[in-house]
Design a protein around this ligand. Structure first.
Ligand code: GDP
Length: 444
């Protein structure tokens, strides 16, 4: 989960004020000193830290904080507001060209996540706008890069245009754009080559592609885990190309948060998306206010709700409700619900989006073992269709067979069936308006 160490340090720093009724100017200075250290340790750009600390300190000393009876809360409020400002205030959406296709050129260092992000974005546009994207493979230096794009294309039903590695990238883009015109693709993604670091030849090549393609968006992909370096790379690209937006990848592995906090202020360009995992659905719009809440450990309910809604199917929800009311929720429905939860991502990440949970010591080392869910599924898979639809026929001999089939113990099978039945009863009661006995739902 992103930002753990930064969140912890900020909370400790501000937490010290909680014990005080009223605070002095010296207290504010002390807190700001700690916040400054926390940011520097998080690999936030030095200039950004300096400006941030200065603004917060001035606001805190000048304003209501010293008079306030809840100084810690006031400081949190100011820090939160300034964090939102540093990260750009508002979410910035993808530019769209008035005539098709909208051309999106992906640039960034090797391994930053260009190819993955291009595919994630194309999948997102397909899903949200029924878009018909075309992917152009213009990284001719690494044959593996073309193969990777093709594989992602195959897996996600995205057409990929390539001409192998013997043709110049500019030529490939030129031909690819013709194909897009012919096929009336509404989006074109150009996956360009990266290098281990910025070099002149690469920049020239990218500038040539830019000149030819006149892209609507040049999205710079940077790896958040590289912290300060990511900020420098962004600055380098921004000086030479007309970057329109930034995608910050691998935020799932970034405990410090330096890149997220610095890039906007240093480059003046908006972070448009964040990558939070390798899977195709792990790309999210960047909302500065939500990110600030996460950094301060105040949770991110909006993202949580959106994740739940992403795969929400109105009709399925209605069917489920009808089943619950009729008490006919069965093991097939149960499996579907499990899948739904799993799609949202690792359980411990989801829990940390709940306000107050991010730095809850009880959760610190919690790893919800994905195997537990797999075990549960294995048990259900070992049931016959008839058993899944009618769990009441699950007599001991059947349970023994299921245990043997799934490689789990009979006790585990018994426990699951018992929990399932309790859940089903409770759902039936609740959807019929009877909330009594709900407390039993959380115990055995
Ligand atoms: P490219 O060289 O810039 O095209 O980078 P790739 O798209 O090949 O990505 C490099 C590696 O980073 C791949 O293994 C991706 O699966 C991985 N990756 C990309 N984005 C993310 C992300 O948001 N989170 C995580 N954990 N991995 C990512």
């Amino acid at each position: 989960m992103a930002f753990e160490s930064l969140t912890e340090r900020l909370q400790n720093a501000i937490g010290k004020l909680r014990r005080k009724g009223k605070i002095s100017e010296a207290d504010v200075k002390e807190v700001m000193r700690e916040i400054r250290l926390a940011f520097l340790e998080a690999d936030v750009n030095f200039g950004v830290v300096k400006d941030f600390v200065k603004t917060v300190r001035e606001r805190a000393i000048g304003a209501e904080v010293l008079e306030s009876l809840t100084p810690a809360q006031q400081i949190v409020k100011i820090v939160n507001e300034e964090l939102v400002k540093v990260m750009g205030e508002e979410a910035v959406s993808l530019n769209k060209s008035p005539k098709i296709p909208t051309i999106i050129m992906m640039v960034g260092l090797q391994g930053a996540g260009k190819t993955t992000t291009a595919s994630k974005l194309a999948v997102k546009l397909k899903k949200e706008q029924h878009a018909r994207p075309l992917m152009i493979a213009a990284d001719v230096y690494r044959p593996a890069a073309i193969e990777q794009l093709k594989t992602l294309g195959q897996d996600n039903d995205l057409p990929v245009f390539d001409m192998g590695t013997d043709v110049s990238p500019v030529k490939i883009v030129e031909e690819g754009l013709k194909v897009a015109q012919e096929n009336k693709n509404d989006y074109v993604f150009i996956d360009t080559a990266g290098r281990l670091q910025i070099d002149e030849k690469l920049m020239q090549e990218l500038a040539d592609i830019e000149k030819l393609a006149q892209p609507t968006e040049i999205l710079l992909t940077v790896d958040a885990m590289t912290g300060q370096n990511a900020t420098e790379v962004a600055q380098g690209f921004n000086e030479q190309l007309n970057i329109t937006g930034i995608v910050l990848t691998k935020l799932d592995g970034d405990t410090r948060g330096g890149a997220a906090l610095s890039i906007r202020a240093v480059t003046g360009k908006p972070i448009k998306f964040i990558g939070q995992g390798e899977k195709m659905n792990q790309l999210d719009t960047f909302y500065p206010d939500r990110m600030a809440s996460r950094i301060l450990g105040m949770g991110d309910m909006m993202t949580l709700i959106e994740k739940a809604q992403q795969d929400y199917d109105e009709q399925k929800a209605q069917d489920l409700q009808d089943k619950m009311r009729a008490n006919s929720f069965d093991f097939n429905d149960f499996l579907e619900q499990l899948d739904q939860v799993q799609k949202m991502g690792p359980m411990e990440d989801i829990m940390k989006m709940i306000p107050g949970m991010a730095n809850n010591p009880a959760l610190k080392n919690v790893k919800v073992d994905p195997k537990d869910m797999e075990h549960t599924k294995a048990i259900v898979y070992s049931m016959t269709p008839q058993e899944r639809e009618d769990p009441d026929i699950l007599k001991p001999s059947r349970r023994r067979r299921i245990a043997a089939g799934s490689g789990r113990s009979v006790q585990e099978v018994n426990r699951l069936i018992k929990q399932f039945k309790q859940m089903r009863d409770m759902m039936g009661k609740m959807s019929n308006g009877n909330f009594q006995g709900m407390e039993n739902m959380f115990g055995n």
